[in-house]
Ligand binder design. Structure first.
Ligand code: NAD
Length: 516
């Protein structure tokens, strides 16, 4: 930042255009391509973002490659000190980061602040890098021979991130990657690119050497160049399943290490003995927080008989009290969706669900919007909280990731049927059970096929010192992000076997080395 403003990389003829951050400073886009960035609360174009060419990606990778040798050789203590300073700066700029998130994503301020806080926790985890990178040491594996294991950084690594967490998801990746001694190129979502530039300027103020953290704004052109660039050693991706699959297949074909997190369809299984007030609160919070645009949102509640009627009644009561409005309105609990096209796609599921036999219990098109009229008639990308009951498993509204404020209720006669529905879905990100029965809960977390499980917790996002990731179509690759898996992903192992010979040594011996 300069004088409290974000350095956007705007250059002559690019007024207000958000550009790249390469080699320690802002760089204006030169490709001649750019995209509109909206204010979702009004629907108006609020600015533009540069879309990088392959040559601009190459410039960012070259800056990262040039910075790597010195950063790799920086001591663990020095790296940790930069991370501690970065942590203090992010903490001090929480409000500005949250304001940028709200302006371009649309989520309400409290939610944006929560996103920053969860990202900050990964920075705090990465501050412990001297401890995290300790290896193992074995004395005398053979007489006079010692062995030790170390983990070393990979080089230039890249992160490609989605629109729904423009601060937190990049911060799942780069604090750990940089702490491990890598240099980083971030390709944020083109829908809400501003926060990445503020984060870049905070890194510079923290004393991170130029070129260790770079940002290229862009779309598929930038991503595909990163995936095939010979100097990019690893790619972390978070986004929708079709793109995650493409990133994994293309990146691994080019010899890279890839972790690609995809979409989700998270279920909450409610047993009849559960506290239904707790369940209704949890379903509303996890279904409609951030307008349902969370990869860990609950989009399906499976009510085991006879819980359904009472539970739906309690959910509807709570939804009636929700306040929907612009994210910077302190009264608003839920904001708009990210773009008009996305809102239309989500709303399209309502009529489809009716045609497939579901009952529309709350119609979010009719929701009053603060400062406007109904969601459908207010300028901006609005759709209110929507509840569908008696949704049939396997129909489009149950099967597809909708990624909006639509909560489906499915009714089943037994735990077994509910579990079969969850395990029958394409995705495997998160799932939750609500019950007062410890044996049922224990059985559920053993049997459910997802990467993250909640017991009376609707959004079981692991803390930074655990790793985050799903199963099945929710993750391509075998390592989850941040926590121990993050350190593993951004480093490679080496084992050293060493002897400092005394007078006697074995002489020539062509036999395979064994201990003795
Ligand atoms: P998206 O897949 O459209 O975009 C993600 C990133 O990929 C963006 O940076 C985008 O520019 C890039 N991209 C888009 N099309 C591309 C293409 N054809 N080739 C290469 N790159 C391309 O996702 P989104 O709409 O930004 O985000 C929402 C999705 O992200 C949802 O599916 C959600 O579940 C998922 N998500 C998953 C997690 C998780 O942890 N599993 C977390 C957050 C979001």
């Amino acid at each position: 930042m300069t004088d409290g403003r974000i350095e956007t990389g705007a250059g002559p003829g690019t007024a207000g255009e958000m550009g790249h951050w390469i080699a320690g400073g802002p760089v204006a886009g030169r490709s001649g391509r750019r995209a509109e960035v909206f204010d979702p609360a009004t629907g108006r174009v609020a600015g533009h973002v540069a879309l990088a060419s392959a040559a601009e990606v190459d410039a960012a990778v070259a800056a990262a490659a040039a910075a790597f040798p010195a950063w790799r050789d920086a001591s663990l203590v020095k790296r940790a000190q930069v991370l501690f300073r970065f942590r203090e700066l992010v903490d001090a700029h929480r409000d500005e980061l949250a304001a940028l998130i709200t302006a371009q994503h649309g989520k309400v301020r409290a939610d944006a602040l929560g996103e920053v806080a969860r990202g900050l926790e990964v920075v705090e985890f990465a501050c412990g890098i001297p401890h995290l990178l300790k290896g193992g040491y074995s004395e005398n594996v053979s007489t006079g021979v010692d062995s030790f294991s170390i983990r070393q950084p990979l080089g230039v690594v890249a992160g490609v991130t989605p629109f729904n967490f423009p601060v937190m998801v990049p911060m799942w990746m780069f604090p750990v990657a940089i702490a491990c001694g890598n240099t980083f190129v971030l390709k944020p979502s083109e829908r809400d690119p501003a926060a990445s530039l503020l984060l870049a300027s905070l890194w510079r103020r923290a004393g991170l050497p130029d070129g260790v953290f770079n940002v290229v704004q862009g779309d598929r052109v930038a991503v595909d160049r990163l995936l095939e660039h010979p100097q990019v050693r690893a790619v972390s991706f978070v986004g929708s399943t079709p793109i995650a699959r493409h990133v994994y297949q293309t990146g691994t074909r080019h010899g890279k290490r890839v972790q690609a997190l995809g979409g989700a369809k998270n279920h909450m299984l409610v047993l009849p003995d559960a506290d239904l007030d707790l369940v209704a609160d949890a379903a509303v919070n996890a279904g409609f927080g951030s307008a349902g645009e969370r990869c860990m949102a609950i989009s399906v509640v499976i009510a085991v008989d006879p819980a359904g009627d009472e539970l739906v009644h309690k959910i509807v009561q709570r939804v009636a009290g929700l306040v929907v409005g612009p994210g910077d309105d302190p009264e608003a609990q839920m904001g708009p969706l990210v773009t008009g096209a996305h809102r239309d796609r989500v709303a399209g599921y309502l009529d489809a669900a009716l045609a497939e036999g579901a009952k529309l219990v709350v119609d979010g098109r009719e929701t009053p919007i603060r400062g406007g009229t109904t969601a459908a008639a207010t300028p901006g990308f609005w759709l209110g909280p929507t509840v569908l009951d008696h949704v049939r498993p396997g129909t489009a509204v149950h099967r597809d990731e909708i990624f909006g404020p639509v909560l489906s209720v499915v009714r089943v006669p037994s735990y077994e049927e509910g579990l079969a529905i969850i395990n029958g879905t394409e995705y495997g990100n998160g799932a939750a059970i609500f019950t007062g029965d410890g044996r049922a809960a224990r059985r559920f977390h053993a049997e459910v096929e997802v990467g993250m499980v909640g017991v009376n917790v609707p959004i079981p996002v692991p803390m930074a010192f655990y790793s985050f990731g799903g199963w099945k179509a929710s993750l391509f690759g075998d390592t989850h992000v941040h926590g121990p898996d993050g350190v593993h992903f951004y480093t490679r192992g080496k084992v050293v076997t060493s002897r400092w010979p005394d007078q006697g040594h074995g002489g020539v011996n062509l036999g395979f080395p064994t201990n003795g």
